[in-house]
Ligand binder design. Structure first.
Ligand SMILES: N[C@@H](CCC(=O)N[C@@H](CS)C(=O)NCC(=O)O)C(=O)O
Length: 415
């Protein structure tokens, strides 16, 4: 009998549970909430991952509880003891570091990141507080790791696996090279844990950023204006602290750079409706080629750069879903589709996207992960490029990659 069902996707808290299922060879069904949205919302009204349905129908939430439950299912006693701790002291230390990672490090990371990627307003005093708090939290990791190889015990435990996935996200987005140089013990530990089999297979290589993500554009301007006026202006009256309902002036959204190109004659919204409502080959595509205006829109082949790090096809498709979500700020200037070709543990991501203007960057660079993809301009006057675009938008034929015909396993449309 199956040992249960685990809802997981690309989000950070699902990585360790998924790794445990794979490495402990548990008979657990992995389901993406997007594939069973009704059941997921019914069973997990908070709609957070990970969530587990146990064989008796009861529900389990919280990454720490789920991780312990999964380990408990394994018959591998050595692995169990190593990961969860072999006595009460060790188990308590594992829980301690997992909890600190989950409720402090990861939460502060999200609070710092969201304003930088446009998901929350940027309020400087709040941002400063979060920065100070995350510095204090990471200082306790640095202190522990200055005198010990691992976080909780003398071996790699669950705490290391989980903290690794969270630090990985921090290094990609907010802890740049300067920060990392100032935390040598954390870096030594991160590089040691990186090679643990539990993580090697499921985690993509984290691309450590040099510089943290920049402040939102409007804030940067405001800040430098303030700086230059500092000496000439009398002291400003004490500013009223922003309340939840009161957006500071700085929050005004900057215009999208593609707005400057003016209104296009090609009716993008009509095209998106046609694509959704009509048969792609016989209805939508003929209309598209009749109306497409290459002076207004360019067409791009988009390829994921790290196909050899992809594992399950549904996870690759989630990656595309996440990328498209992060492109939402530009979607009114874009249309396209990326597909996942191949099968589990041998798949890749490619596709065709149309963007306003002749450059891909202004449309794509709103997504923090846009540089994980390569962009090659397509010329629809060439039959092979035109065919590629049609195939990527119709999904009805295998795609040829490096001379191999690969079946399309899944895909997502950006519209
Ligand atoms: N307390 C929960 C938090 C779970 C959680 O927030 N998961 C995030 C992904 S890392 C999520 O599903 N967020 C979706 C949302 O908040 O709507 C736990 O520790 O597992």
């Amino acid at each position: 009998m199956s040992q249960g069902l685990l809802y997981c996707n690309f989000r950070t808290r699902t990585r360790v549970p998924r790794a445990l299922v794979e490495h402990l060879k548990l008979d657990i069904k992995l389901v993406d909430p997007e594939d069973q949205p009704t059941e997921f919302a019914r069973d997990f009204p908070l709609k957070k991952v990970p969530g587990m349905v146990l064989p008796d129908g009861s529900k389990l939430t919280e990454v720490i509880a789920i991780s312990y439950y999964l380990i408990g299912l394994s018959s591998d006693h050595l692995a169990k003891e190593q990961l969860a701790g072999s006595n009460i002291e060790e188990r308590a230390q594992v829980l301690r570091w997992m909890s600190l990672t989950n409720s402090e490090l990861l939460v502060l990371f999200a609070k710092i990141l969201k304003p930088l990627i446009g998901q929350a307003p940027y309020i400087k005093p709040q941002a400063d507080t979060f920065e100070a708090k995350i510095e204090a939290v990471t200082a306790s990791f640095e202190a522990r790791l200055s005198t010990h190889t691992y976080l909780a015990t003398e071996q790699v435990s669950l705490a290391d696996l989980f903290a690794f996935t969270v630090f990985g996200k921090c290094f990609e987005n907010i802890f740049g090279s300067k920060w990392r140089a100032a935390h040598p013990a954390i870096m030594r530990w991160f590089n040691t844990v990186k090679d643990v089999t539990y993580l090697r297979e499921l985690s993509k290589k984290y691309e450590l950023c040099d510089e943290p993500l920049p402040l939102p554009q409007s804030n940067k301007k405001k800040e430098s204006k303030k700086e230059s006026k500092k000496e000439t202006k009398p002291p400003a009256p004490v500013a009223k602290a922003p309340t939840a309902t009161e957006e500071p002036v700085e929050q005004k959204k900057p215009k999208h750079p593609l707005e400057l190109l003016g209104k296009a004659t090609f009716p993008l919204d009509d095209w998106k409706r046609k694509y959704s409502n009509e048969d792609t080959r016989t209805g939508a595509l003929p209309w598209f080629w009749e109306n497409y205006n290459p002076d207004e829109y360019s067409l791009w082949k988009v390829d994921f750069k790290y196909n050899d790090e992809l594992t399950l096809t549904f996870m690759s498709n989630n990656l595309v879903g996440g990328f498209f979500n992060r492109l939402s700020g530009s979607v009114k200037y874009m249309f396209g589709s990326l597909v996942v070709f191949g099968e589990n543990n041998d798949n890749g991501i490619t596709g065709a996207v149309m963007v306003r203007g002749q450059d891909f960057a202004p449309a794509f660079d709103v997504a923090p992960d846009w540089e994980s993809y390569s962009y090659t301009k397509l010329d629809p006057s060439k039959p092979e490029d035109k065919d590629f675009i049609g195939n990527m938008w119709a999904w009805d034929k295998p795609v040829t990659v490096d001379g191999r015909d690969r079946e399309i396993a899944d895909g997502k449309v950006l519209k």
